[in-house]
Ligand binder design. Structure first.
Ligand SMILES: *Cc1c(COP(=O)(O)O)cnc(C)c1O
Length: 463
């Protein structure tokens, strides 16, 4: 994942060898449209605006830190995915990236389906009116109570993840006198992350049932033999933040091979395959994600070709983008506090949030970009590390970036592309109050998930 080092000026010579950052952008005030949501721009005074509202007003009205979600961008991305895949495929938004009742309503209005992987996500989806038949239920350890609720609600599919679960779901459905539509999640021996994929030996993980050793074929045999189950397809999910389509190619080929084996053994052609999610987005200017229509074409070409050579009817394809829909639509707004220049190293810029609102940098060494957004500046670039206020030296939001050297306490900075896996992974570490999510659209801003309060903390703590 690391990028090549570029000379950044003699001031930074000592850290150049670490080389995890690019040279500063020619103009630090420029906003790269790849990493910012679509309605973000700077106003005449140089302050960032989203949906036509300036960050000074947003900070005053909603406080910092806060996530600002560009609703029209979110809806446009939903439509782009739905249009790219067309009527013969299904797009499931992966709710774990970020889920709230407003989001569920937008998905419903834009014609998308929804993946959930816990009772909490299922409750949110149903409460906001997502029709159960448009919900898929995932997870490697669904509880019996969760399975019962999902079957009772009538979810469109449960993705079976183990031999034990095949039996659990079948029993639950049979007791209720229904046939539950299911897919079987297989591990195809491919693991893809970012720009690389590895095509061997990745059965060593907690998800799915291995294609290798005939495990998946055995799972299919069992599922087909149980009255409570209607096996509609095979599911595969190979990784996250993927740019290289080669991993999907291998995965699709292996899934289609399994469909052919199932046809040969059982005389049934399963009608669906799900190729999972994991499509990458731009977190920094160095990332070049593909457009949904390119991804749709690549996937459908692969599946069509493989099915032709196996003489199978082409199954209905589904995909499950989470990050690729919501990730680029939000930024986190922070206020700058303490600034510590470390001579010959870098400058530590502390913000009023941190690992409690964005754990990804600490958890996966994720890379982000950052910009001064309350004003523009003509000052020289300085190499910074943006850190939080938590009691942990790994509490880093942006590991290496450039901000103007005249940055000071009270300035507002924003980290783009925080729509996915930031609020949904937020914690209360140090009794931090989890930030609000504010939806902004056409000059209006409204809270869709409110900020936690100290009363919330005390309410959970029952003494
Ligand atoms: C996490 C997950 C997704 C979504 O991944 P993104 O990287 O957000 O696109 C889709 N399907 C399954 C089964 C997942 O576990």
């Amino acid at each position: 994942m690391s990028r090549s080092a570029h000379p950044a000026g003699p001031r930074h010579a000592d850290v150049l060898t670490e080389g995890h950052y690019s040279a500063p952008a020619a103009d630090l005030n420029a906003l790269d449209e790849k990493v910012w949501s679509r309605t973000v721009t700077r106003d005449a005074d140089g302050a960032l605006t989203v949906g036509g509202i300036g960050v000074a007003r947003l900070a005053e009205e909603f406080g910092t830190p806060a996530y600002f979600l560009d609703e029209s961008d979110f809806r446009a991305r939903c439509r782009a995915w739905a249009d790219a895949f067309g009527p013969d495929a299904d797009v499931f938004y992966a709710g774990k990236a970020f889920l709230s009742r407003a989001v569920v309503r937008w998905l419903k209005e834009e014609g998308l389906n929804l993946d959930v992987c816990s009772g909490g996500e299922l409750t949110t989806a149903l409460d906001a009116g997502m029709p159960a038949e448009r919900i898929a239920f995932h997870g490697n350890n669904k509880t019996v109570a969760e399975i019962e609720r999902a079957v009772e609600a009538g979810v469109g599919r449960i993705v079976l993840d183990s031999f034990q679960e095949i039996v659990r779901v079948a029993h639950t459905a049979q007791r209720r006198g229904v046939r539950q539509r299911v897919q079987i999640r297989v591990t195809v021996g491919v693991e893809a992350h970012t720009h690389e994929f590895i095509a061997t030996a990745h059965e060593d993980q907690k998800f799915g049932i291995a294609l290798a050793d005939g495990q998946a074929a055995e799972a299919v045999r069992r599922a087909l033999s149980l009255d409570g189950l209607e096996l509609i397809g095979i599911h595969s999910h190979i990784g996250s933040q993927i740019f290289d389509m080669a991993g999907f190619e291998v995965s699709a080929r292996r899934v289609v091979q399994l469909l052919a084996e199932i046809r040969d053994e059982h005389g049934v052609e399963l009608p669906e395959i799900d190729l999972g999610g994991g499509l990458g987005i731009a977190y920094t200017s160095d990332d070049d994600p593909r457009e949904p229509h390119e991804i749709a074409k690549a996937l459908s070409d692969i599946v069509t070709r493989e099915c032709e050579s196996a003489k199978l009817r082409t199954p209905r394809i589904s995909v499950e983008p989470g990050r690729a829909i919501v990730g680029p639509t939000a930024f986190t707004l922070y206020e700058v506090g303490t600034i510590k220049p470390l001579e010959g190293l870098r400058t530590y810029v502390s913000v009023d949030g941190g690992m409690s609102d964005n754990i990804r940098t600490a958890l996966y060494d994720a890379e982000y970009s950052v910009a001064l957004v309350s004003r523009t500046s003509e000052a020289e670039p300085m190499l910074v590390r943006v850190v939080g206020k938590h009691c942990e030296s790994g509490d880093i939001v942006v590991k290496d970036a450039f901000l103007p050297a005249d940055l000071g306490p009270g300035d507002l900075i924003a980290v783009p592309a925080t729509g996915a896996y930031c609020r949904s992974m937020a914690s209360n570490y140090n009794h931090a109050l989890r930030p609000p999510v504010v939806a902004v659209r056409e000059g209006e801003a409204r809270v869709i998930v409110r900020r936690e309060t100290e009363e919330d903390l005390l309410r959970l703590d029952v003494g």
